[in-house]
Design a protein around this ligand. Structure first.
Ligand code: PNW
Length: 462
C-alpha cells in the first residue's frame, strides 16, 4: 500500500492538515473561568447522548495540548485546524473578556508556530454560550451581533500570528440538527427556528468578516466552512427528481446561494415559500452575507440520495427541513462506515464539479473528511485501521480528479487528529488518526496516522 510509487502526487504547495474542535477534545469545562455552553447543558440532559457521555473531560486536550501538538508536528502536516470555545473568551457570550481563555489560545498558537505548524482557528464550532441561548440563541439577530464582537476580540488577540480565519463550522448542522431535528444542542424541534438560525448564522458570518477585516494587520485570509453533500435522485421518477432538488436546497443551497452566489436560495419556488416565510428577502442582509471570501472550507463525508416519501401525517407546526417529504436512501452496494454513512468517493468529485460550475469559487480547502470505524488496540498494542486508510486514499483520488478538471482545491484536512466526543454519539464513534484510550487518556497513533505521515513526506521528497 505504501510503496512510494503508489502514493498520490499533489502540487508542492498543497496544504495538508488535521482538524479538531474545542468541545470535542478540550474537557476542562470548569476551568479558568469558562462559562457554560449549550453543549454542556445538552449533553447533561438525560437521553440526548449515547451512553450518557458528555464533554466534561473529553481528550483532556486543555491540559495535554503540547502532547497533541507534538503528534501533529510528527505527522508532518503543515496546518492544524482547531476551534476557539466562545465561553472561554466571554463566559456570558457578551461583555467582559476572560483573560485566561485568551491566554490558552495564545499558548496553543505559540506552541503550534514553534513546532512549525500553521494555526487554522475556527471561531464557532457549536459551543454557543448558554447565556446567549437563554436570550434566544441563533433564532435572534442579537446573537449574530454578539458573534461579530467575539470574533473581533479573538482576532485582536491572535491576529498578529494567525493568517487563516474561519468564522463558522457547518451552519447547516447548527441550524437544522440543532433546531429542527433536535439531535444537536440546543435540541430544539421548532420548525421556523431552524430557518431563523440559518439566516442569523450567515448574518453573523458576514458581520464577523467585516469586523475582522476592519482590524486586519497583514496578509490575512477569511473564510467559512460548510458541510456539503452531493445529492442524487434515487430514480428518474419526477417525484424523486424534485425530492432531490428540495434536499439540495436545504442541505446546500440555503448557504451556498447567498454566500457564494449572492442570491437568496433558489429552488422549487412553491417549496421554498412553503418552508420559508422567514426572512431570506432583505437586500442589505444579502449584501452583508456575501462578503468576499478568501477561501471556502468544505467538509465532505457522505453522498445523499433522495427519494420522494410523503410524510404520512405532517405536523403543521413542524413543516421544515426535517419534513420535506424526502427519504435519504443510498445504493445498497455502497460500503458503510461505523456511522452507517455510505462511502462513495466519486461523490466528492461530483460535488466539487457542481460547485465550480454554479459559482465563482474562491480557493477551496477540504477542511474535514474522514470516517469512523470500529478500531481496537490489538495484542501488540497497535491499532490497525486499513478501512480508514482506504477511505482517505480513495477520497484523495477523488480530489485529484476534481483538480484535474480545474477545480481550485488547495488543501486537505483529515477529520480528526484524535478520537473524540462525537456529539450525539459520544465516545462510541472513533474518527481519529490517533486512538484515545478513555480510561487513561493515552494516545496511540493508528496505522492510518503513519500512512498519512508517509504520504505527506513523499510529497516533500519531490
Ligand atoms: C462534522 N450530518 O459533523 C463536524 O464538523 C465534526 O465536529 C464531526 O465530528 C464530524 O463531522 C463527524 O461527524 C457532522 O448528520 C455531523 O449530516 C453530522 C452531520 C454532518 C457533519
Amino acid at each position: 500500500m505504501s510503496a512510494e510509487k503508489d502514493l498520490r502526487r499533489f502540487p508542492a504547495d498543497f496544504r495538508w492538515g488535521v482538524s479538531t474542535a474545542s468541545y470535542q477534545i478540550e474537557g476542562a469545562v470548569d476551568e479558568d473561568g469558562r462559562g457554560r455552553s449549550i453543549w454542556d447543558v445538552f449533553s447533561h440532559t438525560p437521553g440526548t447522548i449515547a451512553r450518557g457521555d458528555n464533554g466534561d473531560v473529553a481528550c483532556d486536550h486543555y491540559h495535554r495540548f503540547r502532547e497533541d501538538i507534538a503528534l501533529t508536528r510528527d505527522l508532518g502536516v503543515g496546518a492544524y485546524r482547531f476551534s476557539v470555545a466562545w465561553p472561554r473568551i466571554q463566559p456570558e457570550g457578551r461583555g467582559p473578556v476572560e483573560r485566561r481563555g485568551i491566554d490558552f489560545y495564545q499558548r496553543l498558537v505559540d506552541e503550534l508556530l514553534d513546532e512549525g505548524v500553521e494555526p487554522w482557528p475556527t471561531l464557532y464550532h457549536w459551543d454557543l454560550p448558554q447565556a446567549l441561548e437563554e436570550r434566544g440563541g441563533w433564532r435572534v439577530r442579537d446573537t449574530a451581533e454578539r458573534f461579530a464582537e467575539y470574533a473581533a476580540l479573538v482576532h485582536d488577540a491572535l491576529g498578529d500570528r494567525v493568517t487563516w480565519w474561519t468564522t463558522l463550522n457547518e451552519p447547516y448542522c447548527v441550524a437544522f440538527l440543532g433546531h429542527a431535528t433536535g439531535e444537536h444542542a440546543p435540541g430544539a424541534r421548532e420548525g421556523h427556528g431552524a430557518l431563523a438560525a440559518a439566516h442569523h448564522l450567515m448574518v453573523g458570518h458576514g458581520l464577523a468578516v467585516r469586523a475582522m477585516r476592519a482590524q486586519q494587520r497583514g496578509e490575512e485570509k477569511f473564510g467559512i466552512t460548510l458541510n456539503l453533500s452531493d445529492v442524487t435522485p434515487a430514480s428518474e421518477d419526477p417525484a424523486d427528481l424534485s425530492a432531490a432538488e428540495r434536499l439540495d436546497l436545504l442541505q446546500n443551497r440555503v448557504f451556498t446561494d447567498p454566500l457564494l452566489g449572492g442570491t437568496w436560495p433558489k429552488g422549487e419556488p412553491e417549496v421554498w415559500s412553503q418552508i420559508s416565510d422567514f426572512g431570506f428577502r432583505d437586500a442589505d442582509d444579502l449584501a452583508l452575507i456575501r462578503q468576499p471570501l478568501d477561501f471556502l472550507g468544505v467538509n465532505v463525508y457522505a453522498p445523499a440520495y433522495a427519494k420522494y416519501a410523503p410524510t404520512a401525517d405532517p405536523d403543521p407546526a413542524f413543516r421544515t427541513a426535517a419534513d420535506i417529504d424526502v427519504e435519504r436512501v443510498a445504493p445498497a452496494e455502497l460500503p458503510r462506515t461505523a456511522m452507517g454513512w455510505p462511502v462513495e468517493p466519486a461523490a466528492m468529485t461530483r460535488l466539487l464539479r457542481r460547485l465550480d460550475e454554479d459559482y465563482a469559487l474562491p480557493p477551496v480547502y477540504i477542511t474535514e473528511n474522514g470516517a469512523a470505524y470500529r478500531d481496537v488496540v490489538d495484542a501488540t498494542g497497535s491499532v490497525p485501521d486499513p478501512e480508514r486508510i482506504e477511505f482517505v486514499d480513495a477520497h484523495l483520488g477523488a480530489l485529484q480528479a476534481a483538480m484535474a478538471e480545474g477545480v481550485d482545491v488547495r488543501g486537505y484536512f483529515c477529520w480528526s487528529l484524535l478520537d473524540n466526543f462525537e456529539w450525539a454519539y459520544g465516545y462510541a464513534k472513533r474518527f481519529g488518526l490517533v486512538y484515545v484510550d478513555y480510561d487513561d487518556l493515552r494516545r496511540i497513533p493508528k496505522s492510518s496516522y503513519y500512512w498519512y505521515r508517509d504520504m505527506i513526506r513523499a510529497q516533500r521528497a519531490g
